[in-house]
Design a protein around this ligand. Structure first.
Ligand code: PHE
Ligand code: NA
Length: 500
């Protein structure tokens, strides 16, 4: 069978940008930057972008383009089974992420509707945890299904799998052609409106005020690298899969720079918009920005509803546009992450694309129901923490070390990229991949296992967030370990004859 292909160069770039721009840009970047030196964070951020993010993006685009397969198949073609397992590891990490990422999109969808009459009332925190998520059980228990989450979750999967069923060009490319420009327009409206609020400048001041002491702190550099990996969707098997659908004659390096810079531009915009809104709220309540800034889930689903409550006029619309932005940004990322295992399963077992979507996507959708139960938030938190800490950076580290040092493919891949690209890669590329990135990531893994991880562990139980041993084993660490074990197991079997 003929391999699917993108219809146009812009289609591929929009899909890659659609994968990169996600929930991470809107709710993760603003507080990561704020907590790690504010304006000074841009130094480690840019360093991480230029020495790791974009070089690895170029690497993955080149691998996908050259070997024309899902991540496991591409690695298999590059280095046999000794490399294939790495592709599966990334695929299983992606699989896990897709199961709970879908749930956060479902919340965003629901909150888009809640916005119109501020259904969350004045105590937005109690609303989120008690009324909406119905978090009444202890960690590790599921409780009943929460229908308010379950119903939008079904919709999220119907949309995502529907788009995948329609194919690479008529589904993924077309969806991104519509969703991404819409997202940019909507989000610009949100940001511009936020900037015209009273107190916006106080927020921007807090966001950009550089704390130069912070950049002497290794933790800040680790945060920058961690964020860049997550934000660019590298080391997730995604960018290899997407670039495997490129036509033979395609630019590689230029596309990678465009994708990388577009993603960064979007998160900078998000930082500005979010902090302008936080400045407004701080001003309104007569408190410091630090008192209203919150991290992660709290920022989008607790603080933003408060901002919307106090918004001067058209607040329903402002709220709906904000949550619609989250929904659209999330959907295009979920599509990309689901495509990694659809492609992998279909090639390994010789399944048709549609069967692979029904089986892989169906399984992910079923598992995601776990996060739509009354104890779902605890499962989500544990899975997210362990899979991100031990998944992505570790895969990135193993990837660059194997490609550059063990299998020594860097020069050959560089020649491949240079033969078709506008921008020619020089020696810097290999130095970034082979030296700078492994040193930083190696240090990062070491530090994680030592201090960083222990810090978040509870004093009494010695576990993350004070969760029980059993819950950590099955719900958190176990999931991260299972991804690597399954990765190795999957690489044992033979490839279907069409792909051997
Ligand atoms: N890049 C996405 C974001 O910033 C996160 C993501 C990573 C999504 C991997 C899918 C897969 O939100
Ligand atoms: Na991103």
């Amino acid at each position: 069978m003929e391999r699917s292909q993108w219809g146009t160069r812009a289609g591929f770039i929009l899909a890659a940008v659609g994968s990169a721009v996600g929930l991470g840009n809107i709710w993760r970047f603003p507080y990561v930057a704020y907590e790690n030196g504010g304006g000074a964070f841009f130094i480690p951020y840019l360093f991480a972008l230029l020495t790791a993010g974009i070089p690895i993006l170029i690497l993955e685009f080149t691998i996908g383009h050259k070997y024309r397969g899902s991540a496991p198949l591409s690695f298999f073609r590059m280095g046999g089974k000794k490399m294939e397992w790495l592709g599966w590891w990334a695929v299983f990490v992606s699989f896990v992420i897709s199961t709970y990422y879908a749930v956060i999109i479902a919340w965003s969808m629901r909150y888009t509707i809640f916005s119109f009459n501020q259904a969350w009332g004045t105590d937005t925190e109690a609303f989120l945890f008690n009324d909406f998520l119905q978090l009444t059980v202890t960690p590790g228990q599921t409780g009943g299904i929460v229908w308010g989450v379950f119903i939008p979750l079904v919709l999220v999967w119907v949309i995502t799998l529907g788009i995948l069923f329609a194919g690479v060009k008529k589904g993924i490319e077309l969806a991104n052609r519509i969703f991404i420009p819409t997202l940019v327009v909507i989000f610009l409206i949100v940001v511009i409106r936020a900037l015209t609020l009273d107190g916006a400048m106080i927020g921007l001041d807090a966001f950009f005020k550089p704390n130069f002491d912070a950049i002497m702190d290794p933790k800040v550099w680790v945060a920058a690298y961690g964020h860049i990996f997550f934000s660019l969707s590298v080391a997730f098997a995604i960018m290899i899969t997407y670039s495997s659908y490129l036509p033979k004659k395609s630019d590689i390096t230029n596309n990678a720079f465009i994708t990388g810079f577009a993603n960064s531009a979007f998160e900078l915009l998000a930082g500005i918009g979010v902090f302008a809104a936080l400045g407004f709220m701080a001003n309104q309540q007569g408190v410091a920005v630090a008192d209203v800034a919150a991290a992660g889930v709290g920022l989008a689903f607790v603080v933003f509803p408060q901002i919307i409550n106090e918004f001067p006029g058209f607040n329903g619309l402002f709220g709906a546009l904000f949550f619609l932005s989250l929904t659209l940004a999330g959907l295009t990322s979920l599509i990309s992450i689901t495509e990694t295992y659809v492609a992998g399963f279909s090639e390994k077992f010789g399944l048709s694309r549609n069967k692979a979507i029904a089986f892989g996507g169906g399984l992910a959708a079923l598992i995601s129901i776990l996060f739509a139960t009354q104890g779902g938030l605890f499962f989500l938190d544990a899975a997210d923490y362990f899979i991100n800490q031990f998944g992505v950076a570790a895969i990135g580290l193993v990837e660059v070390v194997m490609v550059v040092w063990i299998f020594r493919k860097a020069d050959m891949l560089r020649d491949h990229a240079n033969a078709i690209s506008d921008i020619h890669l020089g020696g810097w590329w290999k130095i970034c991949l082979g030296v700078v990135t492994p040193i930083v990531l190696g240090y990062m893994m070491f530090g994680l296992l030592k201090t960083n991880l222990l810090k978040e562990f509870d004093n009494e139980t010695g576990n993350y967030e004070g969760y029980t041993d059993t819950f950590i084993m099955f719900g958190g660490a176990g999931v991260a370990i299972a991804a690597i074990v399954l990765g190795i197991l999957f690489s044992i079997g033979k490839w279907h004859k069409d792909h051997a």
